[in-house]
Structures are given as C-alpha cells and as structure tokens.
Ligand binder design. Structure first.
Ligand code: MG
Length: 284
C-alpha cells in the first residue's frame, strides 16, 4: 500500500509523465523535393510538358504563338530528361504547390475557370510523365541521411509514439507517391497534405493537422508541429500555426537566404541524425 504523501507524489509524477508525453508528441511534416530527394528539374519538366500537351489538345497554342508556349511556361528542358538542374529554373517552382504553379503559368492567358477545367488532364498527364522521368536510373537521388533519419523517426513513432511522420509537399498526391516510391519511402509516412489541395503552401499545414487529429484524436499546434523543408515557403507556411521549422540547404536556397526567414534551425544536410532529431524535439 502506498502512503498518502507517496501516493500524491506518484499521482503527480504520473500526471506529469502523461502531460509531458502529450507535449512531446510531434507532428513531423517533411517536404519532398530538395529535402528528401533531388529530381534535377524532372518534376518541373513533367508538369510543364503536361501543361503544354493540354494547351495543344485544346487548340490554345495561339495564346502563346508557335513555340512561345514553352518559353511562356518556363523553358523546360523538353524531352531531355538527362538535363541537369538549372538553379534558376528550380527557383521558379521550388516551395510552390503544383496547383499554384499551374495557375501562375497559365493565369496570364486563361481564366481561373478555364484552368480549373484543364487541371484533371494536366495532372493526369503530369503523373504519366513523372513515372517515366522520375527514376533513380535517370539520376534522381535520395539525399544524404534521409533513410537513416526516417528509420529513426519510424522507430520513435512505433515505440513511444513520440512523433507522427507525415509529408507536406507542393506535389499533387499522385506525384508525391510516385516520387517517394522511387526510393521506397512511402511506408515511412502515415499521412500527408498535398499540392492539389491548396493554391498556396500556407493552406496545407491546417489540412495535415486536421488529418492528424482525425487519426489520433490529438490536437497538434505550435511547436508540436514541425516543418522540415528547403525553401522560404516551407518556413513561411508554418507561421500561422507557430510551428517549429527546420530548414535544410540541399535545395536551391543557400543558408543565408534561408536564415533571413528565421527558421528554428538550419542544416546543410539531414545526414547527422542525432543533431536533426535534437532540433526537431527541442523545446525552444
Ligand atoms: Mg522543397
């Protein structure tokens, strides 16, 4: 039998543990491109070609003039999957949702309604081309330390439920799955928010939080939401939720450029698993 004071202390300790446990569960929102893997422009190429194909199918080529469409859409390295990353080209889409990129690309010439009508065809064609272009054989690469980090995150999720691993990406869901599947990464994530669900990235974290609540019954807010990404938009999209943000310089943005947006931590890669996990679970 436990004496009164001891029982009180025990209850307080149990309550504290329960409370700490609750505080320590983090919803981890991983960006994909430039954070987990690098596509060297093939994702943008697939999307631009899909837009061009849709324009051609609808006889809208007059909007851009012969050969002008491709220039207007960003001069993708058409039919040249071997072309390496052009940093300037990458900046055009990095951090944006696919939906946003399509609207920005076609918006000057087409109405929102006309673009919305074309979206299913564009995204279907985009996925078809991604399956063709986005392969390890074509040079798409998994970034240093990613698998090791995800393994550890998965272990923490399964053993102590200290975290809920998810993706938060500008890719449409089909595109995200194609990209993750190249390296067998899909099983590491329990949910996601995707680039066909918001015109801007800020719309995506609340979607992920709602899905996490539906799955666990737990409310994630503030520093319990951790966004890991490679662009200013990744950092910015966490602000309304006061999320913790971890930036990585493996995308098109340099450390100084990311630092201007004041993430909680910046890494040159995700290779040092212990340091990255410390930054993710830090309380500051
Ligand atoms: Mg990215």
């Amino acid at each position: 039998m436990v004496a009164g004071n001891e029982a009180g202390n025990l209850c307080r300790k149990q309550a504290a543990r329960k409370q700490n446990g609750s505080q320590n569960v983090k919803l981890l929102l991983f960006d994909i491109d430039g954070t987990l893997l690098r596509g060297h422009g093939r994702g943008k190429q697939a999307l631009i070609e899909a837009m061009q194909a849709s324009i051609d199918d609808r006889g809208c080529t007059h909007l851009f003039g012969a050969g002008e469409g491709r220039r207007a859409l960003g001069e993708a390295p058409l039919a040249a999957p071997e072309v390496q990353t052009n940093p300037g080209m990458q900046n055009g889409i990095a951090g944006k949702t696919d939906l946003q990129f399509v609207h920005e690309s076609l918006g000057p010439e087409l109405t929102d309604a006309a673009i919305a009508e074309m979206i299913p065809q564009i995204f279907a064609e985009h996925s078809r081309r991604l399956r063709e272009y986005f392969t390890a054989a074509a040079g798409v690469e998994l970034l240093d330390g990613v698998r090791e980090l995800l393994e550890e995150v998965q272990r923490l999720h399964r053993s102590g439920e200290r975290c809920l691993p998810a993706v938060l990406t500008g890719n449409i869901q089909a595109g995200a799955n194609i990209k993750l599947k190249v390296f067998g990464l899909e099983p590491y994530f329990v949910l996601g928010a995707y680039g066909d669900e918001g015109r801007v990235r800020r719309e995506l974290p609340p979607i992920a939080v709602q899905r996490a609540r539906d799955l666990t019954g737990r409310d994630f807010a503030g520093a319990d939401v951790v966004i890991i990404g490679d662009t200013p938009n990744d950092i910015d999209c966490g602000r309304p939720l006061k999320a913790r943000t971890i930036a990585v310089t493996t995308g098109p943005y340099a450390r100084d450029e990311l630092a201007e947006h004041e993430p909680h931590a910046i890494f040159d890669s995700l290779a040092d698993t212990d340091r990255v996990l410390s930054a993710i679970f830090a309380d500051d």
